[in-house]
Design a binder for this molecule. Structure first.
Ligand code: BG6
Length: 349
């Protein structure tokens, strides 16, 4: 009878993949898969799902889960030599049982700390080309294989310590049901090697009807258009609305962006820190049909607005740490147009 709400629970999700369920006392909840360190559900205290996950999403490595909040790291998109959006979204993360102290105090008990440490396989492809080269030479298929293999293993372990990094992610539900993601990436290289990466929280918001949605906070900003060879343009006019495919990287954006869903009478407010850019993506009908893990009509019910650091990659010296934070809230849409302060949003009904 007692509907006891355990704040943090580890259980099995789809296809037996491990997931963590977060529950806040007033009823909101979130789910995080260890595969990808990926949030796949965020519900308000009425149990309404706020994120989009495709009905065709494949919860099976190595395919990234289509929806929720994939983490794009160490590369956003195809801005580099790695696979699209990097590899963090298709690695299995671990629960970080002893994270370093967290600067922001939260009264909520509904949070989880995850960690992604590079495997030796990961070190072959990133961060340093010479690591990959070194490894290829050492593991070559020549005579004296055993000797060579031992050398390879030995040097790989050295390489891991020379070039390494740690990625810590905290996912937390605030007392009002806000969803907070904080990433801390540290360059743990022992040999003075810098670490350079791009990053995004690739958030898929659930919307009632994309043609009834508008985004505020990006007006008049410059963007790189992925549909036009990343050429730079300046956004014109009012809030952004949608009537065809969109794939734009807005640069140097304000720290608050709002998504107004008129039909649902709901506004999402994104607050971000350490993430200067914002990617806006909707595949529309043609691209939707081309994606195996996405329903043909599902583009109508989702919108990605992605807090990101893309235009200017982040570079960390050894020992340095970078922090990128995104806070999401969903408020009733008596939202006043042009007003991005969530407090005022609530007062203006
Ligand atoms: C967006 C990119 O962030 O992600 C798009 O800007 C890309 O170019 C989209 O198509 C989806 O990427 P993926 O790899 O998850 O299919």
């Amino acid at each position: 009878m007692s509907s006891e709400r355990v704040p943090v629970e580890l259980c099995k999700g789809i296809n037996g993949l491990e997931k963590v369920v977060l529950r806040e006392v007033r009823g909101s909840s979130a789910e995080v898969y260890l595969y990808g360190g990926q949030v796949t559900s965020w519900k308000n205290d009425h149990g309404e799902e706020l994120l989009f996950v495709s009905s065709k999403a494949i919860f099976k490595p190595p395919k990234a889960i289509r929806g929720g909040i994939p983490i794009c790291f160490p590369q956003f998109g195809n801005h580099g030599s790695l696979e699209q959006h990097g590899f963090a979204r298709n690695r299995v993360w671990s629960i970080d049982i002893d994270p370093p102290p967290f600067p922001t105090n939260t009264s909520s008990r509904a949070f989880i700390d995850l960690i992604l440490k590079p495997s030796e396989e990961d070190m072959k492809i990133w961060p340093h080309r010479w690591c990959s080269f070194f490894n290829t030479c050492l593991s070559g298929n020549n005579d004296g294989q055993t000797h060579c293999f031992c050398l390879s293993e030995f040097y790989l372990s050295i390489i891991v310590s020379i070039c390494s990094y740690e990625f810590r992610l905290r996912v937390a539900l605030g007392p009002g049901g806000d969803l907070m993601l904080t990433s801390r990436i540290r360059n743990t290289s022992t040999e003075g090697k810098p670490l350079t990466f791009t990053f995004a929280y690739h958030t898929y918001f659930s919307v009632s009807d994309i043609s009834e949605v508008r985004v505020e906070g990006l007006e008049t900003l410059d963007y790189l258009d992925n549909l036009q060879n990343k050429e730079r343009f300046t956004e014109q006019g009012d809030a952004i609305t949608f009537e065809s495919e969109v794939d734009k990287i807005y640069v140097s954006t304000p720290t608050k962006i709002a998504i107004l869903d008129h039909e649902k009478k709901r506004t999402f407010v994104i607050r971000k820190d350490g993430l200067p850019d914002a990617v806006v993506w909707n595949p529309w009908d043609k691209k939707a049909k081309a994606m195996a893990d996405f329903g043909d009509d599902e583009y109508k019910h989702m919108l990605c607005v992605e807090a990101a650091a893309v235009e200017k990659p982040i570079t960390l010296k050894p020992g340095e740490e970078w922090r990128g934070r995104q806070e999401l809230s969903a408020v009733p849409s008596s939202y006043c147009s042009g007003q991005l302060d969530p407090q005022k949003v609530l007062q203006c009904s």
